[in-house]
Design a protein around this ligand. Sequence first.
Ligand SMILES: [Zn+2]
Length: 348
Amino acid sequence: MDNLHNKLQKKHNRAERSWSQVAPFIIQVRVPVPFSLKWVNSYLLLENKGTFTIVDPGLRTAEAEQLWESTMNELSLDWKQCSQIIVTHQHPDHYGLAGYVQQKSKAPVLITKASKDYTDKLWGAGRPHFEREMRELLIAHGTPDTMVDAIINNLREFQERVEPQPQVVYIEAGQVLMAGDRYWDLIHTEGHAFGGIMLHDKQNGLLICGDQVLSKITPHVGVVAGEHRPVLAQFMENLKKISTLNVSLVLPGHRDVFAEFAERIESILQHHERRLSAMLTYVEQEKKVDAYTCCEWLFGKHLRNQPHNLRFALTETIAHLQYLQQRNLIVETTDSRGMIHYCNNERR
Ligand SMILES: [Zn+2]
């Protein structure tokens, strides 16, 4: 293993690469994604007996497959050495390549039942139903028809990016997993993805956190069509809860690793408080507004040409409006056509 360690050090120093060693025997691989996030971080946890665990292999695209093949070559690794594939949450940029890696390695894919159920809903038997629910949600919140179609079409494009879908083994929060010769506590996350988990090596203060806490960008928190969960409240509560964990290095799903875990959580919470306060002022000024109008006010009209980003922005806007409504700061109304508006609460 020491030899491998030296080799990794040498290779890493040689040039800017798509991978780097971010902790002893943990390699971060930047797997490209064809949208603004640019890449998703995958982690290889190297094991003494010559095997490795892979966490969140990425989205299935030709570029990602190519990147993996060259990375495996550079690291002198073979897919057959892969002992298990762990998926922190069901979003396609994390889950999409799990089946592909499973085909190459024959390794088990570990994911929570809630996450797997969600993948069935989006890319399995539940798909037609989910599309209907998504369309209804978008229309009810004031999205123009052309944009509704663009968002639905964009969602469909993800189908081929998660195929083949893996055979899975269920894991759940509270369990302890051995991976990369370390013990990891599986910790429940909420708000970003229902059923998500983080991996915490409490002895060494390492946290593989999926998208729950990211440096520089704020994790997406949006409503999911057909579900009625107070996602923003759950996200903020979950952040407060996990902020006390012993963490000296965060290995996130996007962007760079970072050390200031509790501080980063604090600034994400402040970001949401600021946004909530700005949106409350906006609704009070407008007196009555739909989520789509509010979304354009927040994020700009340029998203009309970016259905993927528009979906993120709109579902996030709805999550914030619902948060304000759940606290009786604003009122939600539904008219006879099923259109939802948010109004100032005159009784405040
Ligand atoms: Zn995600």
